[in-house]
Ligand binder design. Structure first.
Ligand SMILES: [Zn+2]
Length: 71
């Protein structure tokens, strides 16, 4: 899971990260410490997006983009 070396998008610390994908296709990475918070964050965001009256591009990103390749 936590296989990407980089900087956590939540705590901004260098760590091993795992990706989270938002409904709009953006991918953010969290470290282990931030994982639960990040999951909650992403879930809430995606719920809001789904509830939004104006649907954004959802079909534009395919499942092939789900995992970024580690640098
Ligand atoms: Zn973190």
């Amino acid at each position: 899971m936590f296989m990407i070396e980089g900087v956590c998008d939540w705590c901004k610390q260098p760590a091993l990260l795992t990706p989270h994908q938002y409904l709009d296709g953006k991918i953010y990475c969290s470290c282990k410490d931030c994982y639960e918070f990040a999951c909650m964050d992403v879930r809430l965001y995606n719920q809001e997006e789904e509830a939004a009256p104006f649907k954004k591009i959802r079909s534009d990103f395919s499942s092939s983009q789900r995992l970024p390749t580690p640098a």
